[in-house]
Design a protein. Structure first.
Ligand SMILES: Cc1ncc(COP(=O)(O)O)c(C=O)c1O
Length: 390
């Protein structure tokens, strides 16, 4: 049996590979601390679970959902966007439920790219920005994000040929993996660029609700003209500890939303209605859950940054996301360092190179484990560094 050339063209998904290695270690009795995948360790808020239970007790929620979503779900997204971002959405034409941001980001490539097209993708960036185009038979053109430019893509550096072929642009602030927040004026420049080049902007808002030090992350749709050129993919995964629920929404440009809906009706049968109703409870909480989680992550961020500084690894304290982006010690590639750390200290960290060529030389720490495990993980990193002569 032979799978497709498209699948062959994909590297193994980063965390699938890591999971395999970690399982082998755990099976051998090793106490592995995983700071790899960004999967919140704390449970989903009880009121969301209660809403799910109540909804699931109603047999009317047991049938196929519609891909448009229940009116309650779309209404809650409208209210949330108005309250949180001051953005007005039309519940009928500008919202479709998404089974988490990941499927949505991937499916957008299927819906908007032909083989001769390209997607402009942040590098480093969330892997589906490049995997989606590849699997859809197209390809991505990388937009380097470098610290010197505040992790903003240099739009002027995109060639005329790539501009002409580009149909999608993937952006994400607060940013995974760098932890960067939106650089000043970037969304305005992006709207203009997208208008000039007829590109659909996809802003991945996975981390807008996880921010620190008083920073409040904007929606792309707050930018004047953004709805003419773009959509936003919102997810409840990180801010509400709901990664396992697969709950999110794509919102924005009505033509793009209509195309996405049409595509989705051919792929899946929508988000289960009890999950939609649980998501309504989450979205209606007035931001309480994400606020509490942000406080926890801010504390963990301080703890890790402090401990890293003490072992000579200087990092910029992120104002959002659940990640610390740190340079690997001299003499290592990101892969060799992460391999060393896993083998010698049984700590999983993510190699920056897996997020794109501009991630090389960096590693990512996820803050999704309890404080004392984080402290122990950094202590183990210290011993590994000391043993390797740094
Ligand atoms: C930037 C970014 N976008 C989207 C996602 C996907 O989240 P989900 O599919 O759980 O909504 C993640 C998950 O780590 C992410 O880091």
């Amino acid at each position: 049996m032979k799978h497709s050339k498209r699948l062959d063209a994909l590297p193994p998904y980063l965390f699938a590979e890591l999971e395999r290695k970690v399982s082998a270690k755990k099976a051998a009795g090793v106490d592995v601390i995983s700071l790899g995948i960004g999967d919140p360790d704390l449970p989903t808020p009880q009121y969301v679970i209660d809403a799910l239970t109540e909804a699931a007790n109603d047999p009317a929620t047991h049938q196929y959902p519609s891909n448009r979503g229940r009116p309650e779900f779309r209404g809650a997204v409208v209210d949330f966007y108005r309250r949180r971002f001051g953005v007005e959405l039309d519940a009928e034409t500008e919202i479709v439920p998404a089974l988490g941001g990941k499927e949505c980001i991937f499916n957008l490539s299927l819906g908007f790219l032909d083989p001769e097209d390209v997607a402009l993708a942040a590098d480093p960036g969330y892997p589906p920005y490049t995997g989606g185009p590849t699997l859809s038979g197209s390809r991505s053109v990388l937009m380097p994000l470098v610290p010197e430019l505040g992790f903003a893509p240099d739009l002027d550096a995109i060639s005329a040929e790539d501009r002409a072929r580009a149909k999608l642009m993937f952006l994400n602030y607060p940013n995974n993996p760098t932890g960067a927040i939106l650089p000043e004026g970037l969304f305005e420049r992006v709207v203009e660029f997208a208008r000039e080049n007829d590109i659909l902007v996809v802003h991945d808002a996975a981390y807008t609700e996880v921010t620190f030090d008083g920073y409040v992350a904007p929606s792309f749709l707050e930018t004047p003209g953004a709805k003419d050129v773009g959509v936003e993919v919102f997810s409840l995964s990180k801010g509400y500890n709901m990664t396992g629920w697969r709950a999110g929404a794509i919102v924005g440009n009505p033509q793009a939303i209509e195309s996405y809906w049409r595509l989705k009706t051919n792929i899946d049968s929508g988000m289960s209605e009890f999950v939609q109703l649980a998501a309504v409870a989450a979205l209606n909480d007035g931001g309480e859950a994400p606020k509490r989680m942000s406080e926890i992550y801010a504390r963990r961020r301080d703890l890790v940054c402090h401990a890293l500084a003490a072992i000579g690894v200087e990092v910029t304290k992120p104002k959002g996301t659940i990640y610390i982006w740190a340079p690997v010690p001299e003499g290592h590639t990101s892969a060799s360092y992460c391999e060393l750390v896993l083998e010698e200290s049984a700590v999983v960290i993510s190699p920056g190179g897996a997020y794109g060529p501009n991630g090389e030389g960096w590693f990512r720490i996820s803050l999704t484990v309890p404080d004392q495990r984080l402290t122990e993980a950094v202590e183990r990193l210290r011993s590994t560094l000391a043993r390797s002569g740094h």
